[in-house]
Design a binder for this molecule. Structure first.
Ligand code: ATP
Length: 339
């Protein structure tokens, strides 16, 4: 099906990061899903890493846009420009005349209209017959789960915009739950907490750094971190010290929403498959799974062992790239996308 001269790409078009896997090469692009646009000329000034640097620091004629906020395409034109940039980065200068075969991964909660928008964006970016794959399936394949076997595999993929929970058996999703709560909501919760408690406005980058440095979901070593922001009363810059305990408290709501999504998916799972999951454990993937001790909390709450995929941030792209080797899954996707 995929000839020798074709370029096969698997793209995890994520809310926070876009990761591209090229057949035979591995991960070739990993950059934030951010575009800095000049609003007067409507042209992109920067994409990816350099655009993320600009968030919160742009003059009035430039806006740094995350076109996939909340796991859906909020800005079609900008998404198209971003995809085009990442596809051409992935292809480099080789075979410029070849249109790549592309598999793109989208959150399972997207509507058919949003799915079509992703396909159109990929075609406009030069892809040939793009295939859309559900994110939990990609994550499960990327995590090395035996998705084609008659056994229950549970995957919990916590990204930036969405958390996807799914039980997979025999190459198909048996039960799933997708919520628009993941890493971004954790950052928002931190921003809201600091605003409430300290009357201090901090940016999204600062909130994310706090999450990385001292955030945790369940019993961890305590620590503090110094952050700078704008005092909402005086309007002046101010420095405060934040503790890990208060960050954990702030993260409670989004973290428990994720735990509840896993529990509700388990409740809908047929008993045979539940018993397989009890034996094999739950697999977590996505950047959000790296929140300190989230695996321990989930295990405590469900009574099931929880594992984190080997490379949680690349898992979906690796699985998306590798699905090209799963002919039976591709056939099922092709059939469902025709119907
Ligand atoms: N060490 C870490 N601790 C906590 N969160 C982390 C860590 N590393 C990355 N993250 C978070 O993971 C999220 C990004 O994960 P990922 O790249 O898997 O998402 P995505 O694929 O872009 O999003 P989606 O799947 O929702 O489309 C961000 O919210 C980021 O802050």
């Amino acid at each position: 099906m995929f000839n020798l001269f074709s370029k096969d790409l698997g793209i995890d078009l994520g809310t926070a990061n876009t990761v591209v896997h090229a057949k035979g090469k591995g991960i070739v692009v990993r950059e934030p899903s951010v575009v800095a646009m000049d609003i007067t000329t409507k042209t992109p000034m920067a994409v990816g890493d350099s655009a993320k640097e600009m968030i919160g620091r742009t003059p009035s004629n430039i806006v740094a846009i995350r076109p996939l906020k909340d796991g859906v395409i909020s800005d079609f034109n900008v998404t198209q420009k971003m995809l085009k940039y990442f596809i051409s980065r992935a292809l480099g200068t080789e075979h410029p005349y070849i249109r790549p075969r592309v598999v793109i991964c989208v959150p399972s909660g997207v509507t058919p209209v949003e799915e079509r928008a992703v396909k159109e964006a990929a075609m406009a970016a030069g892809a040939k017959d793009p295939i859309i794959l559900e994110e939990p399936m990609a994550a499960a394949i990327g995590a090395g789960l035996p998705v084609s076997e008659p056994t229950g595999n549970m995957i919990v993929d916590i990204g930036g915009g969405t958390t996807e929970v799914a039980v997979i058996s025999l190459g198909g999703i048996v039960t799933s739950r997708s919520i628009r709560v993941a890493g971004d909501e954790m950052d928002d919760a931190i921003i809201a907490h600091i605003k409430r408690r300290y009357n201090l406005m901090v940016g999204y980058r600062t909130a994310e750094t706090l999450k990385f440095e001292i955030g945790y979901a369940y019993q961890a070593e305590k620590g503090t971190y110094t952050v700078r922001g704008r005092d909402l009363l005086t309007g002046l810059p101010k420095t405060i010290e934040v503790t890990s305990e208060e960050i954990q408290e702030a993260l409670q709501e989004p973290v428990m929403a994720i735990v509840d999504a896993v529990k509700s998916c388990l409740e809908k799972t047929p008993p045979e498959l539940s018993s397989d999951i009890m034996d094999r454990g739950i697999m977590m993937a996505g950047g959000g799974s790296l929140l300190r001790n989230l695996d321990r909390l989930l295990s405590e709450e469900t009574g099931i062992a929880v594992h984190i995929a080997e490379d949680p941030l690349s898992c979906v792209a690796i699985g998306t790239g590798n699905v090209l080797e799963h002919a039976e899954i591709l056939r099922r996707i092709a059939a469902s996308q025709k119907s």
